[in-house]
Every structure is written in structure tokens, then in C-alpha cells.
Design a binder for this molecule. Structure first.
Ligand code: ATP
Ligand code: MG
Ligand code: MG
Ligand code: MG
Length: 481
């Protein structure tokens, strides 16, 4: 089944269960200034769950474009390392706004996966929240999933990579237990079942998360049952496509194969398994859709996330030996594979191409020299670092700062390159350099502008934004001697 057919099959199934099909909202949330990006399907319904917005329907389904590359959800560092993580991905979702609850949500998920898509039942595992006996009983007694494949999962607060089966929108407000559905890709792949110590492997892959919003959490932590509980589900389209296309990794599905093939062509790479091709294929989707949704490369906020992703992609192209602009040339194939599902992509295609091209030309001027500096630092080892505690395989903060300030290397790009060689970056040292830079900019701006203004006018001025990087990286002037 092709990715495009899975989208339609999902929507058709939930339409037949009385759901209203709604369009995907933008990657830039319109209802929440505190949220960097739309990172799940529920974002556009947040105010419905909070009770401040009413819709004409109580059941909805959609395919939502999502980005997890900044803020609370950040999978950027997993891209190229796991089989299942992207920055940009599509989430299939169905919702009940005070209408159906656990029984129907679970039964329909099972019917869609095993009845419509015909997944092998024995390969599906489920998790429930450890105290959610109701969900456990539905899975076990009504659906017939054997106890051996149902795992009770706790909060695991803070434990890296551990499953967390209690969902909350924020510190207060709607929250509740989850149940998740996993697919076992087979014994030849490393990784343990959900809840086990090696669950972060890629053998058992989480495909669908069903959240049951049933409590309202007060500031003191007490949970009050909601008068009308809601359901919020999300399933990764690419992960489901991998299962249906009998491949293990998301990067092997039809849509990605087309993008990877194009990246290989544009970078003259023969080995289609090359990790850099996967990263480029992932990043072109994120970057193109961010631009479609009104974000342009800049030095702060969302624009800086975009710039960071573009520059990472360019560095991967550079590693493959492609030193000329190529990234924007991925756009036609992207439009070919995703333009039908997202008309806005087709409409804004030229803008996307030109914005990417501009950024490519800009970074192309400093990438080569920055790489040279970094390469020498990665050889020097202890030389730049004075303290005993950070004596080996650490890129000094001062180098990371020069790369950032002079060569336009976002620090996470430097860290990513370092990580490939088993090195880390002295982040504290980098932050210290940044602090000094800000201090210098502040005193310079006070001297330049505010000093000549009357005191009451000067204090009314907004703080001056640091623009040094923006101005310097274009012409490559080195500020640090
Ligand atoms: P994981 O534990 O694998 O990181 P998650 O629990 O963080 O996934 P959810 O927040 O539950 O994911 O999102 C709902 C669904 O969206 C997941 O079950 C998965 O199918 C999909 N999904 C989540 N993150 C990604 C991603 N970075 N790339 C692709 N699909 C994703
Ligand atoms: Mg995750
Ligand atoms: Mg998970
Ligand atoms: Mg989950």
C-alpha cells in the first residue's frame, strides 16, 4: 500500500465511523504563542479540550503535518540514527470531544489495523498506563490480546527514552492515561519490547498512541474527573507505511525512496544506504513545509530552527562531496510525492526554492572554511582545553563560538559533527562566549544610540537584538582574533 493510499484509507475508515474530516493545520500554531511548532494532531484542538472553543461536531479525523525539531519535542538528533524518527512527519489522528471513549477508540484502532490493513495480530503489542485496569480489560477481554503482549507502563518521569503512558497538556488542565500500540518488526532487529530496558531499539516500534483525557489537574496536583472525557489519538504515517510495505525503516518507504534517490542523484552518491541521504531526505520535508507555513531562515525563534535544519542538510551534502547548491533542487521531487496531499506545497513551490537557494548560497561561502577550522580542532584534542576535567575529545567552547559567530555554524551542527567522531562540545564554554558577545553588543548599542537620546526616550526603546552573526557570516569577517 502506497503512502497516499494509507492516508485515504485512514480518513475513509473514520468517516465511516461518523468522524468529520478536517484539514491539517499549519506547522506554526495559530492558537498558542508559547508553542514553537505543531508537534501533534491535537494542537489545533487545544482550546476545544480546554473548553474555550466549541466545534459543530464531536468526532474528527485528519492527517496533520508535524514538526519535532525544537521546544519540548525535539527529535532532530535522532534523525539518521533511528529507523523511526523524522523532524517532519505526518500524524494520522482521530478525536472524540466528549463523545466516545476508551471502548470505541480501542476497538476502532484494532479494527483499522487488523481488519482493514490486515496486520498480523501476533506482531502487535500494547501498553496501558499501570493503573488503567479499564483499558487493560478492554484489550484483554474484549479485543482478545493475550496478557503476554500487554505491558503496564508507569510515569517514568525524566528517565531518558523510557515510555511514559500518562499524557498531560501542561502542568494543569486536561490529562489522562495512554495506551500505545507497537509493531514487532522481527527477531533479526535489535531492541526489546516496550517497558523493557532495551525498548529504545528499533525492533518493537510504536505506531499509535491513544490518549484518554479524563482528568483535570489542579495546581496542587489533584485530579478531578472531567465531565465529558475526550479521546486524542496519533499514528505516524511513515511508521505505518513501513509496516505495510514490509520494510523495517521509515526511510525505506515509497515516499522516502523517491527523495533519497533524488538526493543521491543531486549529490552523485552511489550508496543509497548512506546516512547523509536519509538526513537530506528528512530535512527537505521539514524545511519546505516550514517555508510553506510562513517561516523564513533567520537568527531567532522558528526561523533559526529552520536555518539550523537547512545548514545541517547542506553539511551532509558537503560531506557527500556536493559543494554547490543542490538542496533547493530537491523541491520538484518533493512536490511530486507530496503535492497532491498538500496543495499549499505546490502553490508555494517557487518561494520554497528561492528561499532555500538563498540560504544555500549564503552558507556555502563559509561552510568550507568552517569545516577546515573544525577538522583541525577535532585533531588537536586536548590542546585548546586548559582544564583537566575536559581534557579529551571535547571541542573547546571558543572554537564552537567562532564557528557560530564567524562561519554560521549553529552550535548543534558543530555538536552533530563532533558526535559522529565520538567527540562532544564544551557547551558551558560556548555559552560563556555567547554571554560575552551579548555583553559587548549591549554596551556598543547603548553607546551608539541610547546615549544620544533623552533618558525617558531611551528607556522606552525595546532591547537591541544581537545581529552580529547575521551581519558577519555573510561576508565572513572574523571577529575573534
Ligand atoms: P517515540 O517513543 O517512538 O519517540 P512518541 O511516543 O514520542 O514516539 P507520540 O508523541 O506518542 O510519539 O506521537 C504519536 C505517534 O506519532 C507515534 O506513535 C509515532 O507513530 C509518531 N511519531 C512520533 N514522533 C515521530 C517522529 N519523530 N517521526 C515519525 N513519527 C513519529
Ligand atoms: Mg518521541
Ligand atoms: Mg513513545
Ligand atoms: Mg507515544
Amino acid at each position: 500500500m502506497k503512502t497516499s493510499q494509507i492516508r485515504s484509507a485512514f480518513l475513509e475508515f473514520f468517516r465511516s465511523k461518523g468522524h468529520t474530516i478536517v484539514p491539517s493545520s499549519s506547522l506554526v500554531p495559530s492558537n498558542d504563542p508559547t508553542l514553537l511548532f505543531t508537534n501533534s494532531g491535537m494542537v489545533q484542538f487545544k482550546n476545544v479540550f480546554l473548553g474555550s472553543e466549541k466545534l459543530k461536531f464531536v468526532r474528527a479525523a485528519d492527517v496533520q503535518r508535524c514538526l519535532r525539531a525544537g521546544g519540548k519535542h525535539n527529535d532532530l538528533d535522532s534523525v539518521g540514527y533511528t529507523a523511526r524518527h523524522h523532524t517532519f512527519f505526518e500524524m494520522l489522528g482521530n478525536w472524540s470531544f466528549g463523545d466516545y471513549f476508551k471502548r470505541e477508540a480501542i476497538a476502532w484502532a484494532w479494527e483499522f489495523l487488523t481488519g482493514v490493513l490486515k496486520l498480523e495480530k501476533d506482531r502487535l503489542w500494547v501498553t496501558v498506563y499501570h493503573t488503567d485496569d479499564e483499558a487493560y480489560a478492554i484489550w484483554n477481554e474484549e479485543i482478545g490480546v493475550p496478557a503476554a503482549r500487554i505491558v503496564r507502563i508507569g510515569d517514568n518521569k525524566g528517565a531518558p527514552f523510557a515510555s511514559d503512558n500518562f499524557w498531560q497538556m501542561a502542568d494543569t488542565g486536561p490529562c489522562g492515561p495512554c495506551t500505545e500500540i507497537f509493531y514487532d518488526h522481527g527477531a533479526d532487529i535489535a531492541g526489546g519490547p516496550p517497558g523493557s530496558p532495551d525498548e529504545d531499539g528499533d525492533r518493537y516500534i510504536e505506531i499509535w498512541n491513544l490518549v484518554f483525557m479524563q482528568f483535570d489537574r489542579a495546581a496542587d496536583g489533584t485530579l478531578t474527573p472531567l465531565p465529558a472525557p475526550c479521546v486524542d489519538t496519533g499514528m505516524g504515517l511513515e511508521r505505518l507505511a513501513a509496516v505495510l510495505q514490509h520494510v523495517h525503516s521509515n526511510y525505506e518507504i515509497d515516499l522516502f525512496q523517491r527523495l533519497i534517490g533524488e538526493a543521491a542523484r543531486l549529490t552523485h552518491t552511489g550508496d543509497l544506504e548512506n546516512k547523509s541521504l536519509r538526513v537530506i531526505a528528512d530535512h527537505i520535508r521539514a524545511c519546505a513545509f516550514l517555508i510553506v507555513d510562513g517561516v523564513l531562515p533567520s537568527n531567532e525563534g522558528r526561523g533559526y530552527v529552520l536555518r539550523r535544519i537547512i545548514r545541517r542538510a547542506l553539511r551532509h551534502g558537503w560531506m557527500l562531496g556536493q559543494k554547490r547548491p543542490f538542496f533547493h533542487a530537491m523541491v520538484p521531487v518533493l512536490v511530486e510525492v507530496m503535492g497532491d496531499a498538500y496543495v499549499e506545497l505546490t502553490e508555494k513551490r517557487e518561494l520554497v526554492e528561492s528561499a532555500l537557494r538563498k540560504e544555500e548560497e549564503r552558507f556555502g561561502e563559509t561552510l568550507e572554511n568552517g569545516m577546515r577550522l573544525l577538522e583541525s580542532a577535532l585533531k588537536e584534542d586536548t590542546q585548546y582545553v586548559g582544564t583537566a576535567s575536559s581534557s579529551s575529545r571535547v571541542v573547546p567552547g571558543k572554537i564552537a563560538f567562532t564557528l557560530y559567530d564567524t562561519y554560521g555554524f549553529p552550535v548543534d551542527l558543530t555538536a552533530d559533527i563532533a558526535r559522529e567522531r565520538g567527540w562532544t562540545v564544551d557547551m558551558a564554554g560556548f555559552e560563556a562566549e555567547m554571554g560575552q558577545q551579548r555583553e559587548r553588543a549591549r554596551s556598543a548599542s547603548q553607546f551608539d544610540s541610547k546615549a544620544t537620546l533623552p533618558a525617558e526616550l531611551a528607556s522606552a526603546l525595546p532591547p537591541t537584538n544581537f545581529l552580529g552573526y547575521e551581519m558577519l557570516d555573510a561576508d565572513g569577517v572574523e571577529v575573534l582574533a
